[in-house]
Design a protein around this ligand. Sequence first.
Ligand code: FAD
Ligand code: ZN
Length: 520
Amino acid sequence: MGSFAVSAGPTATCHLSTFRKYATGRATSNAANGLRSPMTQHLRPPALAAPAPELIDRLAAIVGPEHALTDPDQQLPYLREWRDLFFGRTPLVLRPGSTEEVSRILALANEARVGVVPQAGNTGLVGGQTPFGTGTEIVLSVSRLKQVRDIDPAAYCMTVEAGLTLAECRAAAERADRLLPLSLPSEGSCRIGGNLATNAGGVGVLAYGNARQLALGLEVVLADGRVIPGLKALKKDNTGYDLKDLFIGSEGTLGIITAAVLKLFPRPVETATAMVALSEIAQALDLFSLSQETAGRSVTAFEFIPRICVEFVTRHVAGTREPFAKAYPWYVLIEISGAKPDGQAAREMEDVLGQAAERGLLLDAVLASSLAQARDLWRLRESISEAQKPEGGNIKHDVSVPIARIAEFIARADRIVESICPGARPLPLGHFGDGNVHYNVAQPVGMDKQRFMELWEPITGAVHALAAEMDGSISAEHGIGRVKRADLERHKSPVELDLMRRIKAAFDPNGILNPGKVLS
Ligand code: FAD
Ligand code: ZN
């Protein structure tokens, strides 16, 4: 099946023999783990104490009754994530209002050996931010840490607390005429503490790097309550091990990030946006290389989209339309930004498109001639998640491979998926320049959704094994959480896993921070 095939007809079935061949997960009881999906990695947190009523009272006293939630209705937004894949239980949600309160909470929890699940915006996609179904872990939300402590436009940096949403941080930078380039579709809800804890990526990574590259300093509370006062705005600091980098991407397992110093950039004053049609995804590599040669760091996005995504979006999302009069197999959305209002971005884009046409790299191209047209092109890309839902079950992946092997990865993954579930519809899209393929798979037309979702482990296991075999990563930007824990153990080398466990033990000897996430 081609990667953009649309339907397999109502009689599509799955080969159970292939299912078994690729089955890699272990079956466990999901109910006890608060897990509603068929993902069944071994999910039990290490044995920790349930908080005694007296401890709950002492913890609640730290934040005050208004911010210590024991009522299940009030707790609900902290226990359920938006896709409804995970649903946990907790005796207490705490919403501290300062770093000092976070410190006091952790010191007490550590003394009593009670698990603490850090949470920011609750938009994570790997189940890291919700407690298990055991009802023994406390949830600590940083959502009240909302101060912009400092913005220094001349030094191009800002100091923000962990509970500000990414959109609020971007808006604060913009008010100072600066750009915070981290940009995710979830930016209205995700919070900067969560972005750093997951080392979030998004569409701006190509030009500006991921969350890690944007963090100059961090304030972190350790499991025992001690605070690392690391809010330095230094680009150069070679004073031994970089502890800050260990917390970034550690998904709440090593410490709680309470504030950060972030790098800012000049705001681009003009952008040129184009949609390019390709006959094969392999051509995207030459087009990408050409765009880098021609426009270098001014290329601020290079996103690839298969035909099926455009079909889904135009079918299900109101106000979207085909970018071309004809349908094409692949599309690439390119954005070039300029620092001056001198038309340079548009000239560079025209240069890229002109050369690409001469070299036979593209079938067609449309260059947005207004902001509204540029927005329409971006909407096609940004509406893909929304458009997948009405098509039934979806099995999603967030892998990366060397960019020269993206086309090979997609072709091989398509064949594997077809062998496990004939008629399943792959939607491989993503951030080409980062080698990041969101290899999503929609269920065959007419298949029962539940039966398709039961193929989660064989499909995901096989796609992850392929990415690993191709020198790639099983998690490019979403993290490990609980969803990919077993696959991490499968694909990380024993020596790396050993070091990760030692780091965890050094930072959190009692294992109270986000137990059972990332590592077993
Ligand atoms: P949460 O979900 O609350 O937490 C995520 C993890 O971090 C958990 O393990 C939690 O325990 C830990 N954590 C949270 N706060 C802290 C803290 N202060 N200190 C220590 N640990 C903490 N991600 C991308 O990278 N790129 C994308 O393009 C992208 N697109 C998305 C689109 C949609 C529609 C959605 C829903 C999600 C998307 N995501 C994307 C995933 C998600 O938004 C990111 O992972 C985000 O960085 C999570 O931030 P959060 O504040 O919601 O964190
Ligand atoms: Zn992404």
